[in-house]
Design a binder for this molecule. Structure first.
Ligand SMILES: [Zn+2]
Length: 292
């Protein structure tokens, strides 16, 4: 729940800030986790309300912003996104490789046949949908951003819903629902997960990724100094594998499994990470599947 909302006027833009309470569980037993003392893309020392403080819930292990700044990225058209505030946006160079990795993982975990329906939550310009459709999967998507939704329709000819998934009616159910890099932006994860459950077929599977992983070496050593946190106003709720497990179990999901992102090329860094991951889950991204 977001309460005590107020508008903050700066020389760059108008922001809405509010207090976030108990996004996942009902416990208010939390501890201080970190504070953004400056932002990657805009430095605004004159606005203390924008210096987000993050706390960690001792019961469900999420890390969340106490004071949420509602800025731009998800709610305005790409042309209007202030590049000083939200970075450059658009596809990262690694994204097509990740899309391929995600699709192969979904296919191998769900089963060998491509004969299933898939719903891509936050499908952006339809890049992943295009891949999925190309391999015979019956895929549809939903996108909050009008321009991206239009781009996705053009690219795929698929059914693309437009709007907030929790607010609109979705006529059918799916065998697989994927939400990659979505959860960290969601202020009310319980409402979101209820909707996912509602439109997932019995026996269906979810595939999710979220970044950053608060148990990763990068985040543990840099916390709010990390660009994944200070570089954006829209990473409100941060997870690690324990927090994901808590959230999914609370919503009735079972057979929860975690995976490591693997590139096809060999590198010293990847090999080191594989060794380190023998002692825990230290990747920057949490990747998981679970079943209804
Ligand atoms: Zn909690």
């Amino acid at each position: 729940m977001l309460v005590d909302c107020k508008d903050i006027y700066t020389r760059f833009a108008t922001y809405t800030v509010g207090q976030l309470s108990w996004p996942v569980c009902d416990s208010d037993n939390y501890k201080f986790w970190g504070k953004c003392l400056k932002r990657e893309t805009v430095y605004q020392p004159e606005v203390p309300e924008l210096m987000t403080e993050y706390v960690k819930c001792k019961k469900c292990y999420i890390v969340y912003a106490k004071n949420v700044v509602l800025g731009y990225s998800l709610y305005t058209t790409p042309s209007k996104v202030d590049k000083r505030i939200e970075g450059l946006g658009g596809l990262m160079p690694e994204d097509p490789i990740r899309n391929n990795f995600n699709l192969e993982l979904i296919k191998s975990v769900y089963g060998k046949s491509s004969d299933f329906s898939l719903f891509d939550v936050g499908c952006s310009g339809g890049e992943f949908l295009e891949l999925a459709l190309g391999s015979g999967i019956k895929a549809e998507g939903i996108e909050l951003n009008k321009e991206f939704a239009q781009e996705a329709r053009k690219r795929t000819n698929a059914m693309i819903y437009e709007g907030d998934m929790c607010e609109i009616s979705i006529a059918r159910k799916f065998d697989v629902i994927q939400f990659t890099e979505i959860l960290e932006h969601i202020l009310e994860p319980n409402k979101f997960m209820n909707k996912v459950w509602e439109i997932l077929n019995p026996g269906g599977m979810i595939f999710l990724t979220t970044m950053p992983n608060t148990s990763s070496i990068q985040i543990k050593s840099s916390k709010c100094e990390n660009p994944m946190i200070r570089g954006t106003f829209s990473h409100h709720v941060l997870y690690n594998p324990s927090a994901i497990r808590f959230l999914l179990q609370e919503h009735g999901f079972s057979r929860i499994r975690f995976y490591h992102y693997k590139r096809n090329v060999w590198s010293i860094k990847d090999t080191l990470m594989r060794l380190i991951n023998l002692f825990g889950y230290f990747d920057n991204q949490v990747i998981a599947t679970a079943w209804k």
